[in-house]
Design a protein around this ligand. Structure first.
Ligand SMILES: Cc1cc2nc3c(=O)[nH]c(=O)nc-3n(C[C@H](O)[C@H](O)[C@H](O)COP(=O)(O)O)c2cc1C
Length: 314
């Protein structure tokens, strides 16, 4: 089986991280992924501190393996979320939406590895100075908030720009994607969209079926004009976003339309009026599978991809 520097860095069996997904990555999914040998990551998003405490306790009841928490640096509860993570340390904190600089030393002092998500070389270069352990370089094929570069272009440029490990994310579904990421210089992968359809993921079945029905071109990007682009599945809400963006509605009004809409989809199951974040690999997601099966499928297909490549090269 393929083993990389990421396995040693995070003390995991397989170089696969389940991306922290707000309202999606709860304790059940996180524990299942970590139990299966990957790294599960709780998505704390903009959820209140009590929600995070509950997920931490749930995860710890279900697994003794390492797991992580994704912290959204724009969370209105950021200070409280960080206080919890310093009092009840986890193995890994991944961060999105900004610069975790002022928290890095404190988190590392309690034994937590800090891994920011970056979408550009400039951000990686800025953050590397704060002593972070690795980066997740996420391309715009991914579900959720996105940057401008594709995974194929971004990953090798970040790898060349910094001297710490880089994990590739965005548009990865199976072992072909894992091998491609390793070829680009990454030490492992982070996936979100495929894990939405893990059996242990607690989002409503209606949302999973929506992802499974989706084809390669069924995602769209909302919020380009407001500076907060989000990749999600096309529905009534994205059509409304499109109309507002085309008619020149003020950015604040457009952003307001998105408030609470992720929860509406992922908790209430409203796939028409909610934001169903999902990436371009949705076209490959065909069924609900246990997390262990997803991870073993990636690892086995990575092995067969490698032998196919070996046979092709003369
Ligand atoms: C439903 C959903 C919610 C997400 N929420 C977050 C989040 O709260 N924080 C974050 O850093 N990334 C978030 N992401 C990005 C994932 O963690 C991961 O990096 C991404 O899904 C990888 O690309 P893929 O969707 O092509 O697998 C989200 C992705 C999805 C699909």
């Amino acid at each position: 089986m393929i083993r990389t520097a990421l396995c040693d860095l995070l003390d995991i069996e397989y170089p696969i991280i389940q991306g922290g997904m707000a309202w999606v990555a709860t304790g059940e999914l996180v524990a299942a992924v970590s139990e299966a040998g990957g790294l599960g990551v709780i998505g704390s998003g903009a959820a209140p501190p009590d929600w995070l405490r509950e997920q931490l306790h749930k995860t710890r009841k279900l697994t003794n393996k390492p797991f992580g928490v994704n912290v959204m640096l724009l969370s209105p509860y950021l200070a409280e979320i960080m206080a919890i993570l310093l009092a009840e340390p986890v193995a890994v904190v991944t961060t999105g939406a900004g610069n975790p600089g002022k928290y890095v030393t404190a988190l590392r002092e309690v034994g937590t590895k800090v891994i920011p998500v970056v979408s550009s070389v400039a951000l990686a270069k800025r953050l590397v100075r704060s002593g972070v352990d690795a980066f997740i370089a996420e391309g715009m094929e991914s579900g959720g908030h996105i940057g401008e570069l594709t995974t194929m272009a971004l990953v090798p440029q970040v790898v060349d720009a910094v001297d710490i490990p880089v994990i590739a994310a965005g548009g990865i579904y199976d072992g072909r994607g894992l091998v491609a990421a390793l070829a680009l210089g990454a030490v492992g992968i982070q996936m979100g969209t495929r894990f939405m359809c893990a059996e242990e993921c607690t989002i409503p079945m209606r949302v999973k079926e929506f992802v499974i029905r989706a084809k390669d071109r069924d995602t769209t990007i909302s919020g380009t004009t407001t500076g907060h682009p989000v990749r999600c599945l096309r529905n009534k809400l994205t059509r409304k976003f499109d109309e507002m963006e085309k008619s020149g509605t003020p950015p604040e009004e457009i952003d307001d339309l998105g408030v609470g809409s992720l929860r509406l989809a992922m908790v209430e199951g409203d796939i028409e009026n909610g934001t169903v974040m999902a990436g371009q690999v949705c076209g490959m997601v065909k069924k609900v599978q246990p997390s262990r099966e997803i991870i073993m499928d990636i690892m086995n297909s990575a092995e067969s991809t490698l032998s196919r490549l070996n046979n092709q090269v003369v």
